[in-house]
Write a protein that binds this ligand. Structure first.
Ligand SMILES: CC(C)=CCC/C(C)=C/CC/C(C)=C/CC/C(C)=C/[C@@H]1[C@@H](COP(=O)(O)OP(=O)(O)O)[C@]1(C)CC/C=C(\C)CC/C=C(\C)CCC=C(C)C
Ligand SMILES: [Mn+2]
Length: 372
């Protein structure tokens, strides 16, 4: 399908205007989650398909640098690297295995995501209004148009001028932050999925054009994007399950209300924070669902370019283990924070490395079978 056609389809369904997207008629049979798969994934995949198939290394556009700005740019990327190292040490170490161009690009994206999240979760969160998020969005548009506001924006501006990264997932992440300002309950999993797409699935979509798909991969670009989306969703669902108590203390319940009711639970039970059999059974189902998203993601990691596989496997295995730790805490995610110990983290790194050595199958039939 051509990019143009996909744009038409996206516009036709109002996808590109997120508010319209949210208020689409209830009579539509597709769930939001399915529409995201059908529309965003197709569009993102089409945008980069051509560029990424050509070479193992994404064709990076040459630097067009104004005299005297090269040093500033490299300083900007260094700063992004420092922020990344400070907030996400293991992940930072993983990025060191990537090619220098890709590593810097991932740092720049990481920093933009972290800053976006800080707007609603950081020390100034109580002053953040929808207007402030609108301003953040116009700053995003400016940097995509080559007019960065500050040094860290300049790094991302440079990245998006070199890699086939689309602005939509970035805008959608801001939409997720808007959702956080106006909403603290989710009626169904479908509603929660939309939130997870906005704040985390988008990270997967932003990252694939940088990570690159292995030239020998026979999997469809769409299936790799689906896997990347699934990894973002899996990570966010895990985040949510780990932070139930912490979120409840801020008056937030990121759990499907209908599933809570079916399990005989309500918000009051969450605020009371007692681990009961009802809670354990509810949690078992939520953990099972998060694991299913990790399973979906795992099939796509192998299709990434060889140097990108190790950091992605490492982060996937580390995040996935948080679910095991919730179980080990007997599902007490009210007062105990599940975390993966240093020794377990250390063991995961060589495991991730071994997994990253597995190349994408050259066998077309097999690759078809793993198409998601
Ligand atoms: C084919 C395939 C599998 C490709 C891999 C694609 C890929 C690299 C996916 C990455 C998925 C990922 C790391 C998603 C992040 C999800 C996440 C945890 C989002 C958090 C949102 C808000 O949650 P909350 O406020 O509840 O959480 P905190 O309490 O604040 O923690 C985020 C915090 C949004 C901001 C996200 C980031 C700062 C992470 C950005 C990460 C990258 C750009 C790098 C990703 C690369 C690797 C190698 C993992
Ligand atoms: Mn946050």
């Amino acid at each position: 399908m051509s990019v143009a056609l996909i744009w038409v389809v996206c516009n036709r369904f109002g996808f590109l205007e997120t508010t319209k997207f949210e208020t689409l008629s209830k009579s539509r049979t597709l769930l939001r989650s399915e529409r995201i798969k059908n529309l965003v994934v197709l569009k993102q995949a089409a945008l980069v398909k051509e560029q990424m198939r050509e070479k193992e290394d994404v064709e990076v556009k040459p630097d067009v640098v104004l005299p005297g700005t090269l040093g500033l740019l490299s300083e900007a990327y260094d700063r992004c690297g420092e922020v990344c190292a400070e907030y996400a040490k293991t992940f930072y170490l993983g990025t060191l295995l990537m090619t220098p161009e890709r590593r810097k690009a991932i740092w720049a994206i990481y920093v933009w995501c972290r800053r976006t999240d800080e707007l609603v979760d950081g020390p100034n969160a109580s002053h953040i209004t929808p207007k402030a998020l609108d301003r953040w969005e116009s700053r995003l548009e400016d940097l995509f148009n080559g007019r960065p506001f500050d040094m860290l924006d300049a790094a991302l501006s440079d990245t998006v001028s070199k890699f086939p990264v689309d602005i939509q997932p970035f805008k959608d992440m801001i939409e997720g932050m808007r959702m956080d300002l106006r909403k603290s309950r989710y009626k169904t999993f479908d509603e929660l999925y939309l939130y997870c797409y906005y704040v985390a699935g988008t990270v997967g979509l932003m990252s694939v054009p940088i990570m690159g798909i292995a030239p020998e991969s026979r999997a469809s670009t769409e299936s790799v994007y689906n896997a990347a989306l699934a990894l973002g969703i899996a990570n966010q669902l895990t985040n949510i399950l780990r932070d139930v108590g912490e979120d409840a203390r801020r008056g937030r319940v990121y759990l499907p209300q209908d599933e809570l009711a079916q399990a005989g639970l309500s918000d009051e039970d969450i605020f009371a924070g007692k681990v009961t059999d009802k809670w354990r059974n509810f949690m078992k189902k939520q953990i099972k669902r998060a694991r299913a998203f990790f399973d979906e993601a795992q099939q796509g990691v192998t299709q990434l370019s060889s140097a990108s596989r190790w950091p992605v496997w490492a982060s996937l295995l580390l995040y996935r283990q948080i679910l095991d730790e919730i179980e080990a805490n007997d599902y007490n995610n009210f007062t105990r924070r599940a975390y993966v110990s240093k020794p377990k983290k250390l063991v995961s790194l060589p495991v991730a490395y071994a997994k990253s050595l597995v190349p994408p199958s050259r066998n077309a039939a097999l690759s078809k079978a793993i198409d998601l």
